[in-house]
Design a protein around this ligand. Structure first.
Ligand code: ADE
Length: 277
């Protein structure tokens, strides 16, 4: 997978040379290039932002600089350096263009899974009060697959951290990235019936007087599976009941239904419904 990142702090992405992401680059699975947006400026100050039209605090990133950069990285600039004519057809060779944005839809495991199957991603990191909204609109009109994502309900200083988060979630799902791909199958948020994962323990069985749950030492795989599944249902009910409400009741087994009913859910319709108690 080829990944281009545009930022005014490209050095930030040196961390991607560490750990599994670094290994994936050495193996040739990933090719990551961080570009400095200021390389596409022409003024002495290398300015990338300006005051907001209509007033307000802070600065907004200018469309002209971004467009010169993105035209080049998207292959939309011709040899003379002028932008190509708009087209309504998406080019399959063009990268998916992603802008982190705190006011966008939430980035989820489903998005990570979908994007892990693409060949080329191009991330644009906003700073200050964000980027001129015409930038994503313009590239959508050129037939580019443009996405804007928030990584959570809080505001960061810029898109760099958000891009690192998305990249890690995406790349670890690529075939060959993880040493043991089974660990991905068992994770939280994976698959249709997404639940929070059960708790994990390792040896020793008793540590500082705290024992691991007895059933995990029983060697009875059926019992262990049921215990873990019930714990997932209980933890999800407690922490993220919205995920329970999205489960498909037809996909639940008898024991799941019993557990959910004991937790106060009605399971006879398409999705579980919390009963008022
Ligand atoms: N930029 C600033 N805050 C952000 C957030 N929560 N998600 C994505 N991009 C951001």
């Amino acid at each position: 997978m080829k990944i281009d990142i545009v930022s005014v702090f490209p050095e930030y992405f040196e961390v991607l040379n560490l750990s599994l992401m670094g290994k994936a680059q050495s193996k040739g699975l990933l090719e990551i290039t961080a570009h400095n947006l200021r390389d596409w400026t022409h003024d002495v100050h290398h300015s990338v932002d300006d005051t907001p039209v209509g007033g307000g605090a802070g600065m907004v990133m200018k469309p002209e600089v971004w467009a010169e950069c993105l035209d080049e990285l998207l292959g939309l600039a011709d040899a003379a350096g002028t932008a190509a004519q708009p087209t309504s057809e998406t080019s399959s060779a063009a990268p998916v263009l992603i802008f982190p944005n705190p006011s966008a839809p939430l980035f989820t495991q489903r998005d990570a899974t979908e994007l892990s199957r693409t060949e080329h991603l191009l991330f644009g990191c906003g700073r200050y009060e964000g980027y001129d909204s015409r930038i994503p609109d313009y590239y959508r009109a050129q037939g580019i697959d443009v996405r804007e994502y928030s990584i959570g309900d809080y505001v960061l200083n810029g898109g760099e951290v958000a891009v690192s988060v998305m990249l890690e979630a995406i790349t670890r799902l690529m075939p060959g990235f993880m040493g043991n791909p089974d660990s991905i199958v068992e994770e939280s948020y994976t698959g249709e019936g997404a639940l929070l994962e059960h708790r994990q323990y390792t040896k020793p069985a008793v540590w500082r007087g705290i024992s691991v749950p007895e059933v995990l030492l029983s060697g009875d795989h059926g019992k262990v599976d049921r215990f873990r599944r019930d714990e997932e249902l209980a933890r999800t009910n407690e922490i993220r009941p919205d995920l329970i409400a999205r489960l498909d009741c037809k996909a639940l087994d008898k024991a799941d239904r019993k557990t959910l009913m004991a937790l106060g859910w009605e399971v006879s319709a398409a999705h579980p419904r919390k009963l008022d108690r």
